[in-house]
Design a protein. Structure first.
Lengths: 586, 323, 305
């Protein structure tokens, strides 16, 4: 019995070693804590979705790793008309989709036209004003109906016409995008819900071939589980290192693991209902007063939040971050004091606004209305770690809060209907500031409870709108940057949000297996989950990296196999002995 | 077992199922979740798009019409589409069923074997050292929250020692097949199975022990002993089979319950089964998924209760006669 | 116990109460002699004491998130912090001690809800055996069949997560077992002939239930209640751990959930997760031991074990 068990053990450990020696394809496994919601490019909006589209869908232009400068992708070159409204792109000849079909100007025209017609939200902000024609299979002429400083950058995802033309608009809404036809450096080969997504090199990719054969995204329930797997050598990189452990990684205390986190402009805020959309919703009237909103900004200790919630991996922020490119960050002018933790200032402002605690119960009121705000927490994300802090601080200055927790979609619906006072969320800006800034314009305030809107602060400000409109069509980069700064100044003064901080993305990678880690932008940006796929193309395996886990696993399997067999044998033996022992008396 | 008994039990189960169906429908209509929310925040829907989406998610028509559609669809095993993945709920559930069955099946078998054995031994030798020690241990295990046990195992047997993988169901980078694949799966199952087993061990052992103690004083056993039959024979041939009866029920019923998803264990181990699916569906307010999962697990419990009742009817002569 | 001196004339009620006091005294003696049960009672008393003494051990302000200001996370136990600090630097002892209040409160309140509903349903369905009884039985079956955890989470999502609401939600999802038990006992008692005799003597329904059935069922309900508390406390801690409980109150489950979020397990900050975990085990075990002892006392047939 025991001998049999030992044999099994030895056999499986041998086979374990053999298995790994055969396998010399280069595999890069990334741990993620978020499963794809859908690969349908007209419906998905999660970070993991974008990362996979970056690997599987072509774009006309790309963004340089160092500084987001425009560079060729499917479009080899381009030329603009004098008025800047018409651009002609010359595409790579002989580009193909992974299924062998040619990738041509028709695909580009088809994508642009259909995205406008059907309002594909991942495309509309870029293609909304565009019309396109294919003058020949590798030339596209694109015209914008209004001056657009973003051009010639066109990095919307191009879809394969030959697949999508047979899917009508209704079917597209629920299309699971499992055609696996790819136009990028990788193509999806296998997917298991809540488990993994496997991508393999696309031999038909028109760009530089990656040094990786396979990319696997493995889904974990928690950041802690994926960190443990990383340290154990089961995976190569993770998208979200637990903040408390990240400090150890940065300090080099964890063998073979390197921190590759970076900043892409992602920020968190406490959003307030500024009460713009008249007739919709029931935001607390106090929040319509700038003084109250500023008071809230002074009541929050951003530094402590960064220290406790982010374990120090962030910087305070006071306005929205318009772009992943830090060049656009708002610079507070000299003489203006940035918000800081000053409860006395907050109290003074609230007094000035007319909210006083006359009945001594700790909650301010005015004209019989209590300053009691609904605080909506999200059920996911780091925001919830801030709730206790923020509600305590608001309580300290006399603002009572009632906390409720909602999932993101329910929260979106409530925000669309204007039925909220405060909630915590965050944004990740794109590279061009126009997108993020547009979300705070009056045009994006929900006017129909059924329709919703991006402007989740319900904030209307004519000055901000004017500055936004100006930069929207300003082709001079310096003038445009100045307009953006001024718009942020308005935002800072009016404080429609209490923006909390810009937070770093805490990624880690096995430094013993991988090298040539390219950040975007250089120096400060993240290596993975940035604005394109260039890091995946650059990633290079170190020699002798990936075989280790194989033999280890084999040995462990052997041990386990042995234990299980021995255990079962033991139990069996005990049972049979009991059966045969007749004089078992105690 | 009389046909009347059988019929009564089956009809009862069916009625129960219908009640669950109705409850299911209304429970998830009360939850204020707007399936179009995902689309709203991000884009302006045209009226035609809205209408088509509403139709697809089955939200058109009056509550009564929706209910009728719901019943019809359920009969066809069509639970609609998940709000998140937009795939058919039936397919989503089917895809996660196997891992959960594997986990729950193995755990149940191991728990039954060990739990019953412990209970038998402890009950038969009441007051012995074994009885005291095993009862104490099982009671402590019974009092430990499943997630706590799971986290301790994951940390101390998984990450600290490296003996076992950190969750998941298999090694997805290695392309194992055949025996290797099975061993890999077994390797990944050890900790979750250990967690579930130890968690439920207590109940089985205690019930079995109680049953044995109950029957130990019964007349026919006294008779058997007086006739000179040896203790172990008496236990084997008379006490155990009778003591098994309540355990049979407990086993069947527990299997049904756990099938509904060992939510905590699967979540702690990132194990992609029905339990983990329930956890993510709740977090995302994915109503069609929740409705489907709910129904599935209730149906499983009803089914296994029925099986338990029928088994009882076959095994227990008293019930058989009462019909 | 007989007395030789002529006893003063007592009213029927006095006699009943004297009998009850005697019975209670006997029960107490039995409990004292049941080592496991008595240990459970003592442990329970200690936890209750800890919960009540919370303000003396740690000031309420130590529960605030910003009480972590200036303190390092995951400091091991020391003079200043007997159970060290948690993932953001708060005093773990303060949380565990105040957490006792939350966990015990929710556990007990949920049990009360479950027992009240269960007993009512059991009593009525056992006594009124007709159609109403059958209907209630069906309702009971239904609640036995519904998967508890998802239902509790969904209800909490709809109704809110304050401690009271959570307790009600847990209670509402846990009463089915009690009802069965009570109903069975009611049926047994009915068959014993009290009911027929009482009816023959002219007693109405309510009188019979209150005077005859309830006293027979009460001990069972109490014993059963003691065994429901463990389930309620485990349920609350599971909900809190998964993140579906009340985030603002330091229940032991929530402390564990936070510990896991902040990677206490990976950092081996055992002082953060072992104390709350062991507290749960302790309280649940205590209630279980006590409950089994009470069961034995109230059901002499079981005392063979």
């Amino acid at each position: 019995m025991i001998a049999a068990a030992a044999l099994t053990g030895v056999a499986s450990s041998i086979s374990g070693v053999v298995a790994s020696a055969d396998d010399d394809s280069v595999v890069f496994t990334v741990g993620v804590t978020q499963d794809i919601d859908t690969l349908n490019v007209t419906a998905g909006y999660l970070v993991i979705d974008y990362e996979i589209w970056n690997l599987t869908l072509p774009t006309l232009t790309d963004k340089a790793s160092a500084d987001f400068a425009v560079q060729p992708s499917l479009a080899e070159s381009w030329e603009g008309s004098d008025d800047g409204l018409t651009w002609t792109y010359k595409l790579k000849a002989d580009a193909k989709w992974s299924d062998g079909e040619p990738m041509t100007a028709d695909d580009v025209v088809y994508t642009i036209t259909r995205s406008v017609e059907e309002g594909w939200f991942n495309h509309l902000a870029t293609t909304g004003n565009l019309t396109a024609t294919a003058t020949d299979p590798s030339t596209v002429v694109i015209t914008s109906s209004a001056p657009d400083p973003k051009l010639p950058v066109l990095d919307f995802y191009i879809v394969p016409k030959h697949i999508y033309e047979s899917i009508d608009a209704d079917a597209l809404a629920t299309y699971p995008a499992d055609d696996n036809v790819s136009g990028g450096p990788f193509m999806i080969t296998e997917r298991s819900e809540s488990e993994f997504v496997k991508l393999e090199r696309n031999p038909n990719w028109y760009g530089e071939q990656p040094k990786i054969d396979q990319v696997i995204y493995r889904i974990f329930a928690t950041p802690e589980a994926q960190y443990t797997a990383l340290v154990a050598g089961e995976i190569d990189a993770i998208d979200d290192t637990p903040a408390n452990l990240y400090a150890d990684v940065v300090a080099g205390k964890v063998a073979n693991i390197e921190a590759i986190g970076g900043n892409n402009g992602s920020f968190s805020e406490l959003a307030m209902n500024n009460g713009c959309s008249t007739g919709i919703g029931d935001g607390h009237p106090a929040l319509q007063d700038k003084l109250v909103r500023q008071a809230i900004n002074w009541a929050i200790d951003r530094d402590l939040l960064i220290e406790k919630t982010l374990a120090g991996t962030g910087v305070p922020a006071y306005t929205i971050i318009p772009s992943a490119n830090p060049a656009f960050d708002y610079k507070i002018p000299d003489g203006v004091e940035p918000y800081s933790y000053a409860p006395d200032k907050a109290k003074a402002l609230l007094d000035e606004a007319g909210w006083t605690d006359d009945d001594g119960n700790g909650v301010r009121e005015r004209d019989g209305v209590e300053l009691r705000l609904r605080y909506f927490d999200r059920s996911v994300g780091t925001g919830t770690a801030n709730t206790g802090f923020i509600t305590d601080w608001l309580g300290d200055v006399g603002i009572a809060t009632d906390v409720s927790t909602y999932d993101e979609d329910t929260l979106t619906a409530l925000q669309g209907k204007g039925e909220f006072d405060l909630f915590t969320w965050g944004w990740s800006p794109f590279v061009d500031p126009d997108f993020m800034m547009s979300y705070m314009t009056t045009a994006n305030v929900p006017t129909d409870p059924d329709a919703g809107g991006y402007n989740d602060a319900n904030w209307c400000n004519a000055d901000y709108d004017a500055l936004y409109d100006a930069q929207h069509i300003e082709l001079d980069p310096d003038k445009r940057a100045e307009q953006i700064q001024q718009a942020m100044q308005v935002f800072y003064d009016e404080a429609p949000y209490a923006v909390l901080y810009k937070y770093d993305l805490l990624m880690s990678i096995r430094s013993d297996r991988w090298t040539n880690l390219v950040r975007q932008p250089s120096g400060t940006g993240p290596v993975l989950f940035n604005q394109g796929n260039l890091s995946y193309l650059a990633l290079t395996p170190k020699d002798g990296g990936s075989e280790d886990s194989g033999s280890n696993t084999g040995l462990i399997l052997g041990i386990v196999g042995g234990v299980v067999v021995i255990g079962a044998a033991g139990l069996f033996a005990v049972k049979s002995r009991r059966k045969s022992a007749d004089d078992d008396r105690e | 077992m009389s046909p009347r008994y059988l019929a009564k039990k089956i009809v009862g189960s069916f009625v129960l199922l219908v009640c669950v169906l109705i409850f299911n429908f209304f429970l998830f209509r009360i939850v204020d979740r707007d399936p179009l929310a995902k689309y709203r925040g991000r884009s302006k829907l045209t009226p035609e798009q809205k209408e088509s989406l509403i139709k697809q998610f089955g939200l058109d028509g009056s509550k009564w019409e929706q209910f009728v559609a719901y019943v019809k669809n359920t009969a066809k095993l069509d639970f609609g589409r998940s709000f998140d993945s937009r795939r058919l709920v039936t397919n989503e559930i089917a895809g996660r069923l196997a891992p959960t069955l594997l986990l729950v099946g193995i755990s149940t078998v191991v728990t039954i074997a060990i739990g019953l054995w412990i209970g038998m031994r402890a009950g038969w030798k009441r007051g012995s050292g074994f009885d005291k020690a095993s009862t104490a241990t099982t009671m402590v295990l019974y009092s430990t929250p499943e997630f706590f046990l799971g986290m301790l195992f994951l940390t101390y047997l998984g990450s600290r020692t490296g003996w076992f993988p950190i969750g998941g169901i298999r090694d997805i980078t290695a392309n194992y097949s055949g025996l290797e694949a099975m061993i890999d799966r077994a390797h990944h199952l050890v900790l979750p199975v250990l967690t579930l087993t130890l968690g439920y061990l207590g109940s089985y052992a205690l019930v079995m022990r109680t049953s044995i103690l109950d029957t130990a004083g019964e007349d026919y056993l006294v008779t058997a002993r007086a006739k000179g039959l040896r203790d172990s024979d008496v236990m084997k041939r008379h006490a155990v089979p009778n003591a098994l009866l309540p355990s049979v029920s407990l086993i069947a019923i527990s299997f049904g319950f756990i099938l509904g998803g060992a939510i905590t264990t699967e979540t702690v181990f990132s194990y992609p089964g029905l339990g983990y699916a329930t956890y993510t569906a709740i977090g995302n307010s994915d109503l069609p998924m929740l409705q489907g999962l709910f129904l599935f697990s209730s149906a499983a419990v009803i089914l296994f209760n029925l099986i338990a009742d029928l088994l009882y009817g076959v095994l227990d002569p008293r019930v058989r006669r009462a019909g | 116990m007989t007395s030789t001196t002529p006893a003063p004339i007592r009213s029927a009620r006095q006699v009943t109460w004297a009998r009850r006091r005697l019975a209670t005294g006997r029960m107490w003696k039995q409990l004292r002699s049941d080592r496991a049960g008595f240990t459970g009672l003592i442990v329970l008393a200690l936890f209750v004491l800890m919960a009540l003494a919370a303000p003396l051990i740690a000031d309420r302000s130590e529960l605030r998130d910003d009480s972590s200001r200036g303190q390092l996370p995951f400091r091991p136990p020391s003079g200043a912090f007997l159970l060290g600090t948690d993932g953001i630097g708060r005093d773990v002892l303060a949380q565990v001690v105040w957490g006792a209040r939350v966990s015990l409160y929710i556990g007990l309140f949920a049990t009360v809800v479950a027992v009240v509903i269960g007993s009512l349903v059991g009593l009525v369905s056992g006594y009124l055996k007709g159609r109403i009884g059958a209907l209630l039985l069906a309702v009971d079956d239904f609640f036995l069949v519904i998967p508890f955890l998802p239902l509790a989470i969904v209800l909490a999502a709809i109704l809110g997560r304050s401690p009271n609401v959570l307790a009600i939600v847990i209670g509402v999802t846990s009463w089915a077992g009690s009802a069965r038990l009570v109903r069975a006992q009611v049926l047994t008692l009915s068959e014993r002939g009290y009911v027929d005799r009482a009816r023959a003597l002219g007693g109405g329904g309510r009188h019979i239930v209150v005077r005859h059935i309830l006293p027979g069922v009460a001990p069972l309900i109490i014993a059963n209640a003691t065994l429901i508390v463990p389930g309620a406390i485990l349920a609350e801690s599971t909900l809190a751990f998964l993140g579906f409980g009340d985030r603002q109150s330091p229940s032991w489950g929530r402390i564990l959930g936070d510990a896991q979020d902040k990677s206490a397990f990976t950092s081996n900050a055992w002082w953060n997760f072992l104390p709350p975990g062991l507290c749960i085990v302790g309280v649940v075990l205590a209630f279980t031991l006590l409950g089994r002892a009470l069961e034995k006392i109230f059901n002499p047939k079981l005392s063979g074990r």
